[in-house]
Design a protein around this ligand. Structure first.
Ligand SMILES: *[C@@H]1O[C@H](CO)[C@@H](O)[C@H](O)[C@H]1NC(C)=O
Ligand SMILES: *[C@@H]1O[C@H](CO)[C@@H](O)[C@H](O)[C@H]1NC(C)=O
Ligand SMILES: *[C@@H]1O[C@H](CO)[C@@H](O)[C@H](O)[C@H]1NC(C)=O
Ligand SMILES: *[C@@H]1O[C@H](CO)[C@@H](O)[C@H](O)[C@H]1NC(C)=O
Ligand SMILES: *[C@@H]1O[C@H](CO)[C@@H](O)[C@H](O)[C@H]1NC(C)=O
Ligand SMILES: *[C@@H]1O[C@H](CO)[C@@H](O)[C@H](O)[C@H]1NC(C)=O
Ligand SMILES: *[C@@H]1O[C@H](CO)[C@@H](O)[C@H](O)[C@H]1NC(C)=O
Ligand SMILES: *[C@@H]1O[C@H](CO)[C@@H](O)[C@H](O)[C@H]1NC(C)=O
Length: 413
């Protein structure tokens, strides 16, 4: 009896101790150096041990829930988590605050169309402008943001011939290379006459607006819908070919399996380099040119996930590049903390900056979570711009915003 009582007291005490021990309190606090800036918050130990009553919504039925995020996690017994919901810059790692500079800022620059994603932004130093695209059924031109004046100016941008549904772009040797999704003919925005087009890789001369077709088939088979690309130092174009062109109804039902290819414009040769990623999306390369990164948005695989099943966050992979021609040793480096990673860019110091759900994620070169920027709108892609490549332009549904901080982008990235 006495023993039992002692035992139950012990177990009660022990139970309480077990539940509490290791739980991090507070989960969030003002960041050192940003004590008066509620826009910046630091997460203690990645919030790795929360009070057990935490609850995060999950997305089901193939539909992303805006509350299925780290910052919208409910943590009723830790009021400090309110700091996270109020902040724009959520710092997980000291390296995350080191790139913020003394007064980081996220500002909305343009309200934009909310019926289309915003993709393929490319900064053109000779124009001091960003050319980007609205890949959406019925939009047959691109847009340009002029940065050479006191305030940024947004205009429509129509090429010759016009191009339908650009989804990715990179600058190389003064030319823009475009990954283009649409395979349906469309009316020219200039004069209404029908323009025929196939999905593929196109080259734009930004000084004249003229567009040349570089690649539109694989031995007679049309590509599905090239999504994004990266150009290596010898001018070879590495591009992802996923199924989103069909998903947005700008081309026919996919024939080729989703894959990543290397295309050599100087000879016309195309070689497959990867075919195990569900839906290859963003693509980029480490500054030392040894590691290729490819994001996988198979989370949106409209054909293959069960309609009533849960959404699983998507992963980003890296692969080592060998002899400039092959990629080997694929391994996952990061699982999206929310939804999946879309377009991304590699900073001068090797960090990865990714468009991910309702914000921007900054990872170390090894895929470690350093910083989240919560933008309040779904982000599709990003681009460093300006003479020092320090402004990060953020393109998403309904909004174009700018982050000013201390991280520097690479030329041509
Ligand atoms: C923060 O605000 C307090 C009170 O307004 C002020 O005394 C302090 O100097 C500020 N600290 C910084 C780092 O700006
Ligand atoms: C998300 O959570 C907020 C409260 O935190 C709630 O008002 C809103 O309805 C939720 N949205 C969805 C789609 O569940
Ligand atoms: C978050 O912001 C709201 C509204 O400004 C404020 O009422 C609340 O106290 C803030 N929460 C924290 C934890 O600072
Ligand atoms: C999108 O914009 C249109 C026109 O500005 C507006 O009527 C509509 O409510 C917006 N839709 C959403 C989902 O914000
Ligand atoms: C900025 O560029 C545009 C387009 O090239 C040009 O029309 C405009 O005059 C330029 N503005 C300045 C201040 O140079
Ligand atoms: C771009 O063109 C569309 C029509 O194609 C027009 O509705 C829209 O206002 C134009 N946008 C800008 C920024 O000029
Ligand atoms: C319409 O514009 C295209 C360029 O966008 C041009 O190639 C074509 O000749 C024009 N057609 C007519 C009928 O003017
Ligand atoms: C898809 O696009 C084609 C060609 O532009 C059009 O005829 C068709 O109506 C579209 N389908 C839907 C569901 O919008």
């Amino acid at each position: 009896m006495v023993l039992l009582t002692i035992a139950s007291v012990l177990s009660l005490g022990l139970g309480r101790a077990l539940a509490q021990s290791g739980v991090i309190s507070p989960l969030a606090r003002a960041c050192p150096g940003y004590s008066n800036n509620t826009d910046v918050v630091c997460i203690n130990r990645y919030a790795s041990a929360m009070p057990p009553s935490f609850e995060r919504q999950s997305s089901t039925g193939g539909v992303f829930s805006p509350n299925d995020t780290f910052v919208e996690t409910q943590v009723p017994s830790d009021p400090s988590f309110g700091l996270v919901k109020n902040a724009t810059f959520v710092v997980f790692d000291q390296r995350g605050s080191q790139i913020l500079g003394p007064s980081p800022k996220l500002e909305s620059v343009f309200a934009s169309r909310n019926d289309s994603i915003h993709e393929g932004p490319v900064y053109v130093p000779s124009l001091d402008a960003i050319i980007f695209s609205l890949p959406h059924q019925g939009i047959y031109q691109q847009q340009i943001i002029h940065l050479n004046d006191s305030t940024p100016r947004l205009e429509n941008y129509t090429t010759t011939p016009p191009v339908y549904a650009v989804n990715g772009g990179k600058l190389f040797n003064g030319k823009i290379y475009w990954a283009v999704e649409a395979g349906f003919s469309f009316p020219s925005p200039q004069n209404g006459s029908l323009v025929a087009q196939r999905p593929g890789i196109y080259e734009l001369d930004p000084s004249t607006g003229e567009v040349t077709t570089l690649l539109n088939n694989y031995f007679g088979q049309a590509f599905n819908s090239p999504n994004d690309l990266w150009v290596d130092d010898q001018g070879d174009i590495w591009f992802t070919d996923s199924w989103y062109g069909y998903a947005i109804n700008v081309t026919v039902y996919p024939v080729l399996r989703p894959a990543t290819y290397r295309f050599r414009p100087s000879t016309g040769r195309v070689s497959i380099v990867e075919d195990s990623i569900a839906q290859p999306n963003g693509i980029g390369m480490s500054p030392d040119r040894r590691t290729m990164y490819i994001s996988d948005t198979g989370v949106t695989d409209f054909e293959n996930y069960p309609a009533d099943g849960p959404l699983v966050t998507a992963t980003t992979h890296w692969e080592e590049i060998l002899l400039g021609s092959y990629i080997i040793n694929k391994r996952p480096i990061y699982q999206a903390q929310t939804f999946g990673d879309d377009g991304f860019h590699v900073a001068q110091n090797g960090y990865l900056i990714a468009a991910e759900g309702g914000g921007v994620t900054v990872l170390s070169e090894y895929g470690e979570m350093l910083l989240r920027i919560e933008t309040g709108f779904t982000v599709n892609n990003i681009q460093f711009a300006g003479p020092e490549r320090k402004d990060l332009w953020v393109f998403g549904e309904g909004e174009i915003a700018r982050v000013t901080w201390d991280l520097v982008g690479m030329a041509n990235e």
